[in-house]
Design a binder for this molecule. Structure first.
Ligand SMILES: Cc1cc2nc3c(=O)[nH]c(=O)nc-3n(C[C@H](O)[C@H](O)[C@H](O)COP(=O)(O)OP(=O)(O)OC[C@H]3O[C@@H](n4cnc5c(N)ncnc54)[C@H](O)[C@@H]3O)c2cc1C
Length: 564
């Protein structure tokens, strides 16, 4: 039987980040990945080799913002392993049915100038709004980059600029109360408080709702950081696609002696005397872990599918029930459309400029339109009578992703995992069939054609992945690409549940990382890095504590000399 210090279940980007930190600390690490391609929801693949050879598609994540709020890329020196980020500018284009459009640049000033063409008041407010949300972001990001229960780690992440921003948002009782009030609000409440114009409110609501909930959902005002981040630190894509981030991590992990085995689905976590000591895969092979097993898949999957109930109950008699009944994982996921194109989209009625296609294109006609795109899926309804979409033409920023002069289009459409009324039919009893997914995709393309009429005649080939197929590929419960919902009741100290919110579990030697842990889904690498820190603490509590304290002091001193 092969023996390692640590076995990681799943080679998503968080599993790989976690592995890299552990390998750097001298541990022997094995990653077991169920697919033939590592990366989870962060892969780039040539999925239409016959109809569209040479076209590379980001099957899931495309726009990277959160990773630039943390130190992973620099600490792991991923540039040395082949990662190059291309920053988007402009960052977002949202054509409005009345002929207006929102064009967000990386520069706040330039964005305000675009808004001022239609509403000088909203342009002025936008500058104040962005400044406020960037302060909130700076005040909060130190918490993202530390285990939620580690005060030393969190404190060490504050530099002077971040302390100043913290003071500016909570520096007096009124400011603190106002921040709390804002956080209790919904994204819709916040945009209504600040702005008049629908052409501006709708894209802000659509971006906020990328957290996976409708704009009216209370306590998700925090969604406003989604646009603030596009200004600073900015929105970027790895050259060659999101898979290039994974490739750089793979290069690093292999260079450090890590082992990655693909087509290895873990079926069982092995427990000996209450301690996780290894795993068994679907083909019956066992791998031993002398120091720990780390799961890149979420707590529900690990505790309810990969462990015997009696073993879980022996460690915590209420955990299984809490995982079954307390975890919120609504019915919303994504129907994904990828197009191979002979030419770029043309937004003819909007004075087409190719720069519209550098960032993301939002089809979001109003806040109501965005609202329906989220509330319908939660009821099992497909909101395809008037689809709202997130569309990207990745090849405009990075032509290397398609043959010369050709393009790709990436479309995200929120859809139910289970279709109401069709339960028990279709793939995995979700109701989804090839016929239904293609009908929905046709409606999405019809809607996009209202803005970019050339989309149909320029399509060479297309791939449509239904929510049921996406869920199967990722192995995620209900196709949830954030593993569990990103609502406030499941964030920070509550993610995924209070009793397992710090990457450790009641089973000795079993740890959690990935999107289902703090600070949550998206491309950030933060859960992977934070989990590695917690693991190292359990192995070398004194050494690691001293190292953290030293880093805190160094960070505070160096912040005296740097601006941000
Ligand atoms: C269509 C789509 C678009 C998205 N767009 C963006 C975006 O633009 N920007 C952004 O920041 N985020 C985006 N996301 C979200 C983001 O991709 C994910 O939240 C993130 O990639 C999760 O990473 P992870 O490593 O935590 O988990 P995952 O990527 O889910 O990795 C888990 C890994 O475990 C493997 N696995 C599962 N079960 C087993 C098992 N039993 N044994 C072995 N291996 C197993 C899986 O195959 C997978 O490789 C998008 C997601 C989707 C679906």
């Amino acid at each position: 039987m092969e023996t390692y210090d640590v076995v990681i279940i799943g080679a998503g980007h968080n599993g790989l980040v976690c592995a890299a930190y552990l390998l750097k600390a001298g541990y022997r690490v094995l990653l077991l990945e169920k697919r033939s391609v590592p990366g989870g929801a962060a892969t780039t693949e040539e999925v239409l080799p016959e109809d569209a050879p040479g076209f590379k598609f980001n099957l899931c994540a495309i726009d990277h913002e959160f990773i630039h709020l943390g130190p992973v890329v620099e600490e792991l020196e991923l540039a040395k392993y082949g990662l190059e980020y291309l920053f988007c500018d402009p960052v977002v284009f949202c054509p409005h049915p009345d002929g207006k459009y929102f064009l967000g640049h990386r520069s706040v000033e330039k964005t305000c100038a675009e808004i001022a063409r239609y509403s000088p008041r909203d342009a002025e407010r936008y500058a104040q709004f962005t400044q406020y949300w960037q302060q909130v972001l700076n005040a909060m990001s130190p918490m993202f980059n530390a285990p939620p229960k580690s005060i030393i780690d969190i404190a060490g992440n504050y530099n002077l600029k971040k302390i100043r921003d913290l003071v500016s948002v909570v520096g007096s009782p009124i400011k603190t109360l106002d921040l709390i009030r804002t956080m209790l609000n919904s994204a819709e409440d916040v945009v209504n408080e600040w702005f008049d114009s629908e052409f501006l409110k709708a894209p802000l609501a659509r971006l906020a709702a990328e957290l996976g909930a409708p704009p009216s959902q209370k306590m998700l005002g925090i969604g406003m950081i989604m646009m603030a981040m596009r200004h600073n630190p900015g929105m970027a894509r790895p050259k060659g696609g999101t898979g290039a981030l994974v490739q750089a991590l793979l290069n690093l992990v292999k260079t450090l002696g890590g082992v990655i085995l693909t087509d290895q689905q873990v079926k069982q976590v092995l427990i000996d005397d209450g301690r996780a000591v290894g795993v068994r895969t679907a083909n019956g092979k066992e791998y031993r872990a002398t120091k720990g097993v780390i799961s890149n898949i979420d707590a529900q999957r690990v505790f309810l599918h990969l462990l015997n109930p009696a073993e879980v109950d022996a460690a915590d008699p209420t955990l299984r029930e809490h995982l079954e009944r307390r975890i919120v994982n609504n019915n919303e996921t994504i129907l994904k459309i990828d197009l191979a194109m002979s030419e770029p989209l043309k937004f003819e009625q909007y004075n087409h400029r190719d720069e519209y296609l550098i960032g993301s294109v939002l089809i979001a006609d109003s806040v109501r339109h965005v609202e329906k795109s989220h509330t319908d899926p939660s009821q099992g309804i497909i909101p395809d009578d008037d689809p709202s979409m997130y569309v990207v033409q990745p090849t405009m920023l990075d032509p290397s992703m398609a043959p010369d002069g050709k393009h790709t289009v990436w479309i995200e459409f929120f859809a139910p995992y289970k279709i109401a009324g069709l339960e028990g039919t279709g793939k995995h009893g979700t109701g989804w069939t090839d016929e239904i997914k293609n009908q929905v995709a046709d409606r999405c393309i019809d809607k996009l054609a209202q803005y970019a009429p050339n989309v149909k005649r320029s399509t060479i080939a297309r791939r449509v992945e239904s929510p049921a197929e996406l869920g199967e590929r990722l192995g995620a419960v209900n196709g949830n690409y954030y593993h569990i919902d990103m609502t406030l009741d499941q964030m920070i100290f509550f993610r995924p549940l209070p009793e397992i919110a710090n990457y450790k579990t009641p089973i000795e030697g079993l740890f959690l990382t990935g999107a289902g842990t703090h600070p949550g889904g998206s491309i950030s690498g933060m859960p992977g890095r934070n989990c590695a820190r917690v693991f190292l603490h359990t192995q070398q509590p004194v050494t690691q504590r001293l190292r953290d304290a030293k880093e805190s002091v160094q960070s505070t001193i160096s912040s005296l000399f740097r601006r941000s």
